[in-house]
Design a protein around this ligand. Structure first.
Ligand code: GCB
Length: 597
């Protein structure tokens, strides 16, 4: 799905701002047709933002079900004669869009965009009533999965098997945009190079038959290659590569022509780079790449998962300051603005679906009955179909980002049983059918190398390990021994690169201990030093992502003290001592392991 944009042939109107907002406490919003008239409410909610932390009313925060957002929109006069569309960058977890009370779009999956052609429902120059109903419910058939329980007090409760809080609402932008009747519908680029000659293979889909012309423009605005036809390969002399930490972006201008006249123009940023797994190395542009960085979250005070460009810039500034060259979109796809910014600033991304919590072994910790992870009431064919949809939509949305180097299918699923292979193999196959990037999954500590059956499906094995925290708590000497023994086992069994995608210790900023007691800043730094000492012994370990970049909000009712405190930064982005420890290690690594230098 192409991001809407404003070009010489396209108009774009952003609908961010305060919307009328009403919580459907009694489940009557659809029966009473709330979308067909002005919402009877005094509440307003900002878009983009999760709604949960905005209000003082606890019932809103804890609501399980639908909420309604509404505003009037005047269609700009300049949209006249064009196809008019509405686009929702995300609605967590299900969204239904109504134009003057008529449903025009519906989508399940809380972190993906969807759009609808509303030309037949609106008129340029006139107003219409736009309502978006949003549902936060997670079931065994959604990704991520969850379960609704009803307490003895008769109140519905949402449970789920991941620790981050289930923020909901319209956390990303809403747009209307116009495209000409004949327009560019999709474009896929694949890049490579041979010596100093770059290659940009492209494939363009148009709404109806049209001629296609493409032009590649460098950062100085100079045209460096042109092509015609819906598919082709452009050659770029003296190519400037997209490099981690040193991004270079060309602009690909794609034109759809009818009778020699330009009907539509679309612009795409293109970074020329290659990604390859060779033996136990991860190569970017044929050079071994060592991942330094974090698992992150879209998480901020008040806005929850609401996208905000100020926080975006500041988070990337902190990544740069600490020497991080990469991050993982744990545990769901992030806003498209984040992906674009990473492209522009040379930050490498492991791009993850929202398939987190497919593991009933965690039900003890998170609450809920202990059921089999895969079965009629839990992960079934419908869940699997949702996972495949998640993989398809992720790749469809993010395939052209040079920053994305690896697809992550799932985080910490149960993988030691044959049902897991049956469940996940189609998702690996689909990712490989849709794209050429390597594919990974994130292995949980309870599925070690002797047990996990999904590992053979992966091009890269990612390990989340908490030696010294959940195991060998406060005992770093034994943690080091066990960590090393485990990595030895994995790296002897599988000849692939390994990335430690989580390791971390909860830490109270300002907590100190001369004895390195857990939760102190001293313990967090000692824990990191211990872990790094272990990683450096293994050439096959090609990356380290600390859990987490910053402290974040968690599900109520689990063993967290006002949130997960494993951040190297606090929730308001101030450095703990660990951030300085990481900075001194990572700023000297320069994308390479010390042992590889
Ligand atoms: C994990 C999960 C992550 C949690 C983390 C923790 O293994 O992947 O979502 O937040 O552990 O802190 O327990």
């Amino acid at each position: 799905m192409l991001r809407p944009q404003s070009t010489s042939t396209r108009e774009l109107l952003n609908l961010d701002g305060l919307w009328d907002f009403k919580v459907d406490f009694n489940g009557e919003g659809f029966n009473q047709n709330w979308a067909s008239k002005a919402l009877d409410t005094k509440l307003q909610a900002p878009v983009p933002a999760s709604y949960n932390d905005l209000f003082t009313d606890t019932a809103i925060r804890n609501h399980v079900g639908w909420v309604f957002y509404q505003r009037t929109v005047r269609v700009p006069r300049g949209f006249a004669g064009e196809r008019i569309n509405v686009r929702v960058d995300s609605a967590t977890h299900e969204g239904i869009v109504f134009v003057d009370g008529t449903e025009v779009a519906r989508h399940v999956g809380g972190y993906m965009p969807f759009s609808a052609d509303i030309t037949d429902h609106v008129k340029a120059g006139e107003e219409f009533n736009l309502t978006i109903a949003v549902n936060n419910i997670l079931t065994n058939e959604t990704i991520p999965p969850g379960r609704i329980a009803v307490g003895d007090n008769g109140v519905k409760q949402q449970t789920y098997l991941h620790d981050f809080y289930n923020y909901a609402g319209l956390a990303r932008s809403i747009w209307i945009f116009s495209v000409p009747a004949v327009h560019v519908q999709d474009v896929t680029v694949k890049t490579g190079f041979d010596g100093s000659t770059g290659k940009v293979a492209y494939e363009v889909a148009t709404s109806t038959a049209a001629e296609v012309r493409v032009t590649l423009i460098d950062e100085d605005g100079k045209q460096v290659a042109t092509g015609t036809g819906a598919t082709g390969e452009l050659t770029v002399a003296n190519v400037k590569l997209w490099q981690p930490g040193a991004a270079y972006l060309y602009e690909l201008k794609i034109e759809a022509l009818v009778g020699g006249q330009v009907a539509d123009e679309y612009l795409l940023n293109v970074g020329v780079r290659t990604v390859e797994v060779r033996g136990n190395q991860f190569l970017i542009n044929n050079e071994p790449f060592y991942f330094t960085g974090f698992g992150m979250h879209e998480d901020h005070v008040v806005k929850g998962k609401g996208h905000d460009n100020s926080f975006l810039v500041n988070d990337f500034e902190l990544l740069k300051w600490v020497g991080a060259n990469s991050f993982r979109t744990s545990h769901y796809p992030y806003a498209e603005e984040v992906m674009d910014y990473a492209d522009r600033h040379g930050i490498v991304i492991i791009d993850e679906t929202a398939a987190v919590g497919l593991n009933q072994n965690f039900s003890g910790m998170f609450g809920g009955p202990k059921l089999p992870t895969f079965g009629p009431e839990t992960g079934n064919e419908k869940t699997q179909a949702s996972l495949l949809q998640a993989v398809r939509e992720l790749i469809q949305r993010d395939k052209n980002h040079p920053s994305v180097v690896l697809w992550s299918i799932t985080n910490e699923a149960e993988t030691g049983i044959q049902e897991a292979v049956d469940f996940f193999k189609p998702a690996f196959d689909l990712a490989r059918e849709l794209d050429s990037r390597p594919v990974t999954y994130i292995n949980v500590m309870t599925e070690p190398f002797g047990r996990c059956m999904v590992a053979p499906l992966a091009d890269v094995i990612c390990l989340n390990r908490y030696w010294g925290w959940y195991e060998d708590h406060s005992d770093l000497e034994n943690a080091a021994i066990h960590f090393e023994a485990e990595l030895k086992g994995w790296t002897e069994k599988y000849s692939v690169p390994f990335i430690i995608t989580e390791y971390g210790a909860d830490t109270l900023a300002g907590g100190h201990s001369i004895h390195n007691l857990p939760w102190s800043e001293e313990y967090q730094t000692a824990y990191l030093d211990m872990s790094h000492g272990v990683f450096d012994k293994f050439p096959a370990v090609v990356g380290e992502h600390v859990w987490n970049f910053a402290d974040f909000q968690t599900k109520p009712g689990i063993f967290r003290v006002l949130g997960n405190k494993k951040g190297a930064f606090t929730r308001d982005r101030q450095p703990k001592a660990a951030a300085h420890t990481l900075r001194s290690r990572w700023t000297t690594l320069n994308n390479r392991k010390p042992s590889a230098k």
